[in-house]
Design a protein around this ligand. Sequence first.
Ligand code: PMP
Length: 400
Amino acid sequence: MEFSEYPVNDLMYITNRPPLVFTEGDGMWMTDHTGKRYLDYLQGWAVNALGHSPQCIQDALLAQSKKILNPSPAFYNAPSIELAGLLTANSCFDRVFFTNSGAEANEGAIKLARKWGKKNPNQAGQHRFEIITFNHSFHGRTLATMSASGKPGWDTIFAPQVPGFPKAELNDLASVESLINDKTVAVMLEPVQGESGVIPASREFMQGLRELTKQRGILLIVDEVQSGMGRTGELFAYQLSGITPDIMTLGKGIGGGVPLAALLAREEIACFEAGDQGGTYNGNPLMTAVGVAVIKALLAPGFLQSVKDKGAYLRSELLKLTAKHGLEGERGEGLLRALKLGKDIGPQIVDIARDMNPVGLLLNSPRPNLLRFMPALNVTIAEIDQMIAMLSDVLSKLEK
Ligand code: PMP
């Protein structure tokens, strides 16, 4: 039986997907089961840092699969050591813990901060455990990371929440300061809020947060699951503001399309002992071998500069589109950008763009008045021009 003959809506537990099955991917393109091609500005939710199925990932998977798949998380393995070496050599962190998802990395960051807060109690000798997070932030879908997230509605949907995550306002240092008390152990934020609609924390805010947390003996945790791994044109977005955080999480792009994520910490904070955190597949060498291939591509001379240059080009083209169609503007960093539409036409644009012929365009609208762009980091100028032309067609259609 062909998959197309299966009753999709009876099999899959979430059934509100478009009636498409993607069977192949190649760079910025995907092909569905009917053979129609789509220019893909989702890239698996900013996951495919080097586009769909790049040669270097195919090679890494094949080579590692011939060696060993999973020696056991109780042993070290060569690709994980190499990837940890590359990550620490290119960041301000000393220790790496690999996980299978961004949420799991953040869960680990929360546990690490809380354990550190037990070892470093307040003046009354009490365990510090509160982690200040931000309204509209997104940190994952485990119970603790949902509680840490500031997504509207998530405070009640699976109540009771995991306690200890007071919410501050992004880019408002006074709001953070007002929440600090003798139970506070950390502040955790996305340097660029992704799911809430690509909202960058300002350089001044990041620098102010680092100063404030240092003064008050509190950890600074950056969730770079979306903003990390070259997406902003720096390897990590915290580097844009020249600060050194205490803990960082990575996901999405680090695996270039396979389930790999990571938790990094500075030496003096990395207080996990055997058994504190882990799982069957953590540091699986098939995944970390891919991670090695991805980071080597990102660190190749000129690659990150090209992300900056193409980000600037995408920005200027989005601004032209804004002027042409009377939209509101754009924002973002590098190749993580949003177009502000000024009205709630995002979902409509997504549907029309996807259904265009002979080729479709895959876009994302995290808020009804906004489109988000997360192309592969090796997207070409021609692929940016093509997307802008297709999007302009959709906007013209809607104006009629
Ligand atoms: N943190 C951020 C900033 C994210 O954007 C995401 C995913 N959208 C996550 C955490 C969760 O990652 P995952 O889906 O791999 O659990």
